[in-house]
Every structure is written in structure tokens, then in C-alpha cells.
Design a protein around this ligand. Sequence first.
Ligand SMILES: NC(=O)c1ccc[n+]([C@@H]2O[C@H](COP(=O)([O-])OP(=O)(O)OC[C@H]3O[C@@H](n4cnc5c(N)ncnc54)[C@H](OP(=O)(O)O)[C@@H]3O)[C@@H](O)[C@H]2O)c1
Length: 341
Amino acid sequence: MTPARNQRVLLASRPEGLPRPDNFRIVEEPCPVPADGQLLLEILYLSLDPYMRGRMDDAKSYAEPVALGAVMEGGTVARVIASRHAQYAVGDIVLSHSGWQRYALSDGLGLRKLDPSVAPPSTALGVLGMPGFTAWAGLLQIGRPRAGETVVVAAASGAVGSAVGQIASIQGARAVGIAGGPDKCAFVRDELGFDAVVDHRAPDFAQQLASACPQGIDVYFENVGGKVWDAVFPLLNDFARVPVCGLIAQYNALPQAAPGVDRLALLMRDVLTKSLNIRGFIQREFAELRPAFLQEAQGWVGDGRLRYREHIVEGLDKAPAAFIDLLQGRNFGKLIVKLTQ
Ligand SMILES: NC(=O)c1ccc[n+]([C@@H]2O[C@H](COP(=O)([O-])OP(=O)(O)OC[C@H]3O[C@@H](n4cnc5c(N)ncnc54)[C@H](OP(=O)(O)O)[C@@H]3O)[C@@H](O)[C@H]2O)c1
């Protein structure tokens, strides 16, 4: 039976700097009813990801912004609860991109059926989903670590960073993580098995990072930017590779030049003299490799070489606050909102 009401989180206004709760509006609306060729999805899990901050701005970027008054965008795991589509039956569990809402219509385009006997469905939003794929593709296609090399990654307890370090270890490289606070650092070292970890909040962070990388850095997987990049940059070896995946420390910065000395000339000098390869990417550029990723990553998760941690928040109404927390490093693991009991 189709539920009577839908709950949705809309973009109410565009944030200046860090988003605030009033940039979002939670509304109740009649639940949509599927027409011929459509199905109705009940969202079970909603993924919260740093890229959503960019969608809240109307600045030019690699993807269109969310329109004011529109439902916030996001990856979801959902159950089919009504189907007028030949390829989907009631009860199917699917990966969809239905956004911040409890129910959504779909015409089946872009859906992927999930088999809960292979892996918990929520992993399709994390270690076996977009973040895991980002780590795998960015590290192996751009970073190309070799056995014995030093790979450094920040936000190392998070969805992308945790996978980067573990995949680097699987390749025989030495994995060094950077994380915020003692609990995250202990998790990265003791649970994920990184060779070393450094707390970016430590007053002597740059010296600690240098000590943790006595042979310099061959691959730096950039998730953060800001002062972490400042500490990494002098340690890069000749021919170092830098997949630039994210710059979360800068996402809430207002669009103006940062104060301080302009070090662009210094950067360009090292790019030249150290033959650095600094290469940005958006994961979808490697879309044709997703089946290969899934096969390899499912094997690693199955044999325990690729571990993951989920940070589950219950209730769609908690999504705005959880997202604001994510942008300040208050999540611990892949941030997911669980919508049903
Ligand atoms: N290029 C792509 O296609 C692509 C795809 C997916 C994700 N990404 C990027 O990958 C990065 C990681 O994403 P994720 O989903 O794995 O998120 P995440 O690591 O689960 O969460 C974000 C983490 O970033 C750290 N952080 C937040 N604010 C920070 C600040 N001001 N300075 C330093 N660290 C800060 C925090 O970790 P600590 O407390 O440990 O510092 C926080 O837990 C993000 O930059 C994201 O935009 C890019």
C-alpha cells in the first residue's frame, strides 16, 4: 500500500561559509503514486557526503547545483514498495540516487539491484559504493603506488581515506594516515592496520608527519587541503603522484584569496624540479571501471583486508545537523542516515 505522506529535506537557502540548520527546510507532502513504467522506493539509507556542500552553492562546478526549494541530492539504498515496472518487483533492494526524502518515484534508470546476502546493503553507499570506488580508482589509476613506497592520506578514518590506506597496504606500500583526534588515530592504526598515523590537530603536526615519513612521500592522496597540504608538500619525493580527490578544509571558505604569502611560485618550482604529478579527478571519469572495482573490493571486504566503519544517524530530520557535523570532522566513519526502524 502506498504511504499517505512523504517527508523531504529541501534546500531553503544557499549557505555562506559553514551551512546552518535554516539552510534546510523539512516538509511533509503527499506520497507520489507510480504510473506505468515507474516504481515507488522507500528509502532505507541516505548517504551524506562532502560533495553535497558544493551542490548547495550556485557557483560554476563540475555538477549542477541543487535548485532553491528542491530536494537535497544524495545517494540512497531503497526498497521497492510498489512497482509498475517490468524489471523490478516489490521487495527488491536497490541503489538509487533519490536524495534526502523518505519515498521517491523512479523509472528504473540508474538503479542497481543489491543482493543483501553478498554484503549489508548500506555498504553500497560506502566501502562498496562511490567512496570506495573513489579511493580505488584515484589511488590505482593516478597514485599508482609501488611496493615499498610511502602513501599518505588524510581524513584517514573516513569513507575514502580508510579505503585508500588499506588498498595501499594491499599493494605492498607503506600507509601513513592523517586523522583528527586520538580516537580516530587509534582506529586508523589499530583497526585498519596503517603503518603510522599522525593527528593533524597536534601542535607539532608537521614535524610528526616528517618523522612518520623518513623516506619522504611517494603518493599523497589529497582529501583535505589547507594546513595538511602545507605539511605534506615539502616532503614530496621526486616523481611523487598526488591524486587530488577533495579539499574539504576549503569547502566552507568564502570565495576569496586566502590571506598570507602567495606560494604558487614555490609550488610550480617543485612541480618542475621534482617532476611532480598533481592530478585532480572526479570519480565518475573512471565509471567504466566500476565492475572491476566491485569484484576486487568485494573480495577484499570478504577476506577482511578491506575494513570499514559506518557512522549511522537515525531519522531523516537529523540529516541537516549530521551533514553540518561532517563538514567539521565530527563524523567517525562513513556517514549514513538510517530512515526506517
Ligand atoms: N573526487 C571525487 O570524485 C570524490 C568522491 C568522493 C569524495 N571525495 C572527497 O574525498 C574527501 C573525503 O570524503 P569522505 O566521504 O571520505 O568524507 P569523510 O572522510 O567520511 O568525512 C570528512 C572528514 O574530513 C575531515 N575534515 C573535515 N573538515 C576538515 C578540515 N577543516 N580540515 C581537515 N580535515 C577535515 C574530517 O576527518 P578528521 O577529523 O580525521 O580530520 C572528517 O571526518 C572529501 O574531500 C570529499 O569531497 C571526492
